[in-house]
Design a binder for this molecule. Structure first.
Ligand SMILES: Cc1cc2nc3c(=O)[nH]c(=O)nc-3n(C[C@H](O)[C@H](O)[C@H](O)COP(=O)(O)OP(=O)(O)OC[C@H]3O[C@@H](n4cnc5c(N)ncnc54)[C@H](O)[C@@H]3O)c2cc1C
Length: 274
C-alpha cells in the first residue's frame, strides 16, 4: 500500500517549524528520517494532512561538546552516532547501541529525535538515554524546556511531548573515565526490534548507577534494586532483577518474556561487574 496524498512543507528554521505545527495542531506531523512515519502512513496507522520536514534544519543537526555534557541534535542519524561523527559522551556505549539498531539503510536516515518522539517500547534510545541520565530539550511556541529521559517516555508510544512541541536535542552527561557500562539486546535475527533489551551504567565519580530494561511493555523500566546492587557491588544480580520485575506491578510478562528480561539484565550487569 502507498500513503494517501499529503501536503508537504520544508520550513527554513526550527521557529518556523514550531509555528507551522502550532497552526495545524490536529493535522500536521513533523517528519525527520521518515523510517517509521512513512511506514505508518503506508499502513494507514497515521494519516497526517501536512508533513513538516525538519530533516535538514541546521539547528537540529548540531552537536555541542562542553566539559560536562554532549548535546546531540534531534536529526542526527543513528549512522552518524555509529560512525563516531558525533562526539561520544558515553565511552563507546552509544556507538555500540547505534550499530545494533535496525539495518544500516534505516540507520542512515533514522534519527535519535525521531526514535525518542515515537518511543516504540522496543526501541533502544529511550532505554539507553534513560540509563545515561540524559535530558530531552524540546521547543514549543512558549520557548524551550528540558525533560529528563526517565520522565520523557510515559507509556507505549506515549511521551511528555506536547502536540505543538518539537525535540531539538538530547543533552547527555559525560561518563567519567572510570565509568563502566553493559548492554545486551536479545532478538531473533540481526536488525530486528529487541525482544529484550538491558543497559547498565555505573559512574562512581558522578555517583550514578542505573540499570534499565527496554522492550518491557511500556516506558523504559528502571530497575531500582538492581541499580543499587550495581553501585554496592553485590554478589548475584539475577535475584535482584527478579525482585525488581516482581515490584513492577503495571507490567505483565509471560514466563518466557520474564525470563528473557532477567537474562538480559543479569548479563548487562555482569558485563559491568566483571
Ligand atoms: C525495519 C525497521 C527496523 C527497525 N528496527 C529498529 C530497532 O531495532 N531499534 C530501534 O530503536 N528502532 C528501529 N526502527 C525504527 C528506526 O530507528 C526509526 O528511525 C526511528 O524510530 C524513527 O526515526 P525517524 O527519524 O525515521 O522518525 P520519523 O519516522 O520521521 O518520525 C517518527 C515519529 O516521530 C516524530 N518526530 C520525528 N522527529 C521529531 C522531532 N525532532 N520532534 C518531535 N517529533 C518528531 C514524527 O512526527 C513521527 O511521529 C526500525 C525501523 C524499521 C523500518
Amino acid at each position: 500500500m502507498k500513503a494517501p496524498a499529503v501536503d508537504y512543507v520544508r520550513p527554513k528554521s526550527l521557529a518556523e517549524a514550531v509555528d507551522l505545527l502550532s497552526q495545524h495542531p490536529r493535522e500536521a506531523r513533523v517528519i525527520a528520517g521518515g523510517q517509521s512515519l512513512v511506514a505508518m502512513m503506508n499502513l494507514r496507522v497515521a494519516s497526517p494532512g501536512l508533513l513538516i520536514d525538519i530533516s535538514r534544519l541546521p539547528e537540529l543537526s548540531l552537536v555541542s561538546d562542553d566539559p560536562n555534557a554532549v548535546g546531540i541534535g534531534a536529526c542526527v542519524t543513528h549512522a552518524a552516532i555509529e560512525d563516531g561523527q558525533a562526539a561520544d559522551p558515553s565511552r563507546g556505549l552509544m556507538p555500540r547501541v547505534a550499530a545494533s539498531l535496525a539495518y544500516r539503510a534505516i540507520r542512515t536516515r533514522g534519527t535519535i529525535g525521531g526514535s525518542l518522539a515515537l518511543s516504540d517500547p522496543a526501541a533502544e534510545w529511550p532505554a539507553v538515554l534513560t540509563a545515561l541520565d540524559a535530558e530531552v530539550v524540546v521547543c514549543g511556541p512558549g520557548g524551550k524546556r528540558s525533560i529528563g529521559c526517565a520522565d520523557f517516555t510515559t507509556g507505549v508510544f506515549e511521551t511528555a511531548l506536547a502536540a505543538d512541541e518539537i525535540i531539538e536535542s538530547v543533552r547527555i552527561p559525560k561518563l567519567s573515565q572510570d565509568a563502566r557500562w553493559g548492554y545486551l539486546k536479545l532478538c531473533r535475527k540481526a536488525g530486528e526490534f529487541a525482544s529484550a533489551l538491558a543497559v547498565a551504567v555505573i559512574d562512581r565519580t558522578r555517583g550514578h548507577s542505573r540499570v534499565v530494561l527496554g522492550a518491557a511493555n511500556g516506558a523504559p523500566l528502571v530497575l531500582d534494586h538492581t541499580s543499587r546492587l550495581l553501585s554496592n557491588g553485590g554478589p548475584e544480580p539475577r535475584n535482584a532483577v527478579a525482585a525488581d520485575l516482581d515490584r513492577a506491578a503495571d507490567r505483565h510478562f509471560d514466563e518466557f518474556q520474564r525470563n528473557l528480561h532477567i537474562v538480559a539484565a543479569t548479563r548487562a550487569v555482569r558485563q559491568v561487574l566483571q
